[in-house]
Design a protein around this ligand. Structure first.
Ligand SMILES: [Zn+2]
Length: 89
């Protein structure tokens, strides 16, 4: 529980930068008005949706923090589904 609280605090403190930091190359925009929902990174030319970009950055940062705490993170980021399929009764 303490670990989760610590991670939550750390993620919250980084929240303000997540939507303006390119999830492809890490470039941080100096300023980006909240009204701008889609933007193009001037460094790598990636087209980014502000909310999706922030979500990707949160996920990446969370995985880094979990690894730093010595917790395992699946190589696929937990996206692969289990090979066990539910069987109908
Ligand atoms: Zn970029």
């Amino acid at each position: 529980m303490i670990l989760l609280r610590k991670l939550s605090t750390n993620l919250t403190s980084l929240q303000s930068n997540k939507s303006v930091t390119c999830s492809c190359c890490g470039h941080k925009m100096e300023s980006l008005p909240l009204s701008v929902r889609k933007w193009t990174c001037p460094v790598c030319s990636a087209g980014l949706d502000r909310d999706v970009n922030a979500a990707i950055n949160f996920r990446q940062q969370g995985m880094i923090k979990l690894r730093a705490e010595g917790l395992s993170v699946p190589a696929n980021g937990g996206l692969r589904q289990s090979g066990h399929k539910p069987v109908a009764a």
